[in-house]
Design a protein around this ligand. Structure first.
Ligand SMILES: C[S@@+](CC[C@H](N)C(=O)[O-])C[C@H]1O[C@@H](n2cnc3c(N)ncnc32)[C@H](O)[C@@H]1O
Length: 408
């Protein structure tokens, strides 16, 4: 048995302490708490909290103890908010940067519009849910407080899909997204799609009101267009395509992006996805949307063509890591939006700084690569005016942000 005092939270949400033999990671512990337990390697797997932090709360979800979906349900919301801001501050200060933080925008419980459930067959039928913490065992999460109730209610559907299409020992992954016309379902890891499975899926889709079911790489059936609203446009994203995690989070990001772009008449949207920012911005500006996935640019383009009252939107499918837009292609724009994947946008930022576009809205899901890219912008004469943490991933350690860069 060892007693340690938690000094800080690590990036996975574990408490970090100095033990007798070095650093100890303590899951579920908060800074300032004294905890006791067996240390194996660098882990104290089952700590007893001797002095609870004033930031500690009873986890609101009944699944929190075992479910691996959330890491920070035991912490007060204001603690998590300032911890996430500190993660960004630390990443920036590693590059000698600081800036003003706007208040965090935290999505409410039960607002996640997409969930990636896992499911396996069992002797009695099937089991669907999330993985337990640090385990490949699945637990059912019917009362999950994270996802929209319509998604939690889809667990029986996910189990039916496993009964039909999971191999005897394998696990399927079922991405369920709310769409304008019912659940949009994408299954991976299942058996091969044959005629029998296809007709069984059609029956399941009817019974559960699914708009679309994709099986592996194929769209097995579409009952209704699986639409997502993006400003005045309705887009049908390819199955599994990126979407912002909550409608509230998306609205917060978009409001800030709109403010940063301001009255720019011509905007480039880099890593544009299916048009989350490009299509609403097209209410006031001409937009060029660039994205690596051709199916996504096609969806964006179709959404724009069907919408009324938008200014001109052009799309380009292009790998912005290998083939970033060059200064000559960028100079015509008055503002840029950039929202790269976790790896960041090093190559594109290197070109962007040459183009001297006056306003840049930078959305990021990785503070470390964001800080690297921010340093390149600031080094080239941009000011990092302000930044907001947009917490679409409440109770998790995931940090997302939007930041405003300008130059004279
Ligand atoms: C964080 S998402 C943002 C999408 C969009 N801005 C939105 O809010 O819905 C990042 C996007 O970058 C795209 N992407 C990933 N790697 C890329 C690359 N090398 N070149 C261009 N786009 C890429 C992904 O397909 C994804 O749509």
């Amino acid at each position: 048995m060892e007693q340690v005092m938690i000094e800080r939270l690590g990036h996975q949400g574990d408490g970090i302490a100095q033990g007798a033999d070095g650093t100890v990671f303590v899951p579920g512990a908060l800074p300032g708490e004294v905890v006791e337990g067996e240390v194996a390697g660098d882990q104290m797997a089952a700590p007893r909290i001797l002095t609870p932090s004033s930031m500690r709360v009873k986890a609101p979800c009944r699944h929190a103890r075992s479910c691996g979906g959330c890491q920070l349900q035991h912490a007060r919301e204001d603690f998590t908010e300032s911890w996430k801001q500190q993660v960004v501050r630390n990443a920036l200060s590693a590059h000698g940067l600081e800036c003003d933080f706007r208040p965090c925008a935290i999505s409410a419980p039960q607002t996640r519009r997409r969930a990636a459930f896992s499911a396996t067959r069992t002797k009695k039928g099937a089991l669907a849910g999330f993985h337990m913490k640090r385990s490949d065992v699945i637990i059912s999460v019917p009362d999950c407080l994270l996802v929209d109730p319509a998604l939690a209610a889809a667990l029986p559907l996910v189990e039916e899909l496993a009964v039909l299409g999971a191999s005897r020992k394998g696990e399927i992954s079922v991405l369920v997204t709310q769409s304008g016309s019912g659940l949009d379902v994408a299954v991976t890891g299942g058996k091969e799609l044959d005629a029998q499975l296809q007709s069984d899926l059609a029956a399941i889709a009817r019974a559960h009101g699914c708009a679309r079911i994709a099986w592996g790489d194929e769209v097995a059936l579409t009952r209704m267009p699986a639409t997502q609203v993006m400003g005045r446009a309705e887009v049908v994203p390819p199955p599994g395509a990126f979407l912002q995690a909550t409608p509230e989070g998306e609205a917060a990001l978009l409001a800030d992006v709109r403010e940063i772009v301001g009255d720019a008449g011509h905007v480039v949207d880099l890593f544009a996805g299916c048009g989350t920012f490009a299509l609403p911005l097209a209410e006031n500006a001409r937009v060029h949307a660039v994205e690596g996935d051709k199916a996504m640019t096609a969806a964006l383009d179709k959404g724009w063509r069907m919408a009324k009252g938008l200014r001109h939107v052009t799309t380009e499918a292009r790998d912005l890591f290998r083939n970033p837009l060059l200064p000559d292609e960028l100079r015509r724009f008055e503002a840029a939006v950039i929202d790269p994947p976790r790896a960041g946008a090093e190559a594109q930022i290197a070109q962007l700084v040459e183009a001297r576009i006056p306003r840049i809205a930078h959305v990021s899901c990785n503070p470390v690569t964001f800080a690297r890219d921010a340093a390149a912008l600031v080094g080239a004469g941009y000011t990092l005016d302000w930044l907001r943490v947009v917490d679409q991933f409440r109770w998790s350690t995931h940090v997302e942000l939007v930041a405003a860069f300008t130059r004279p």
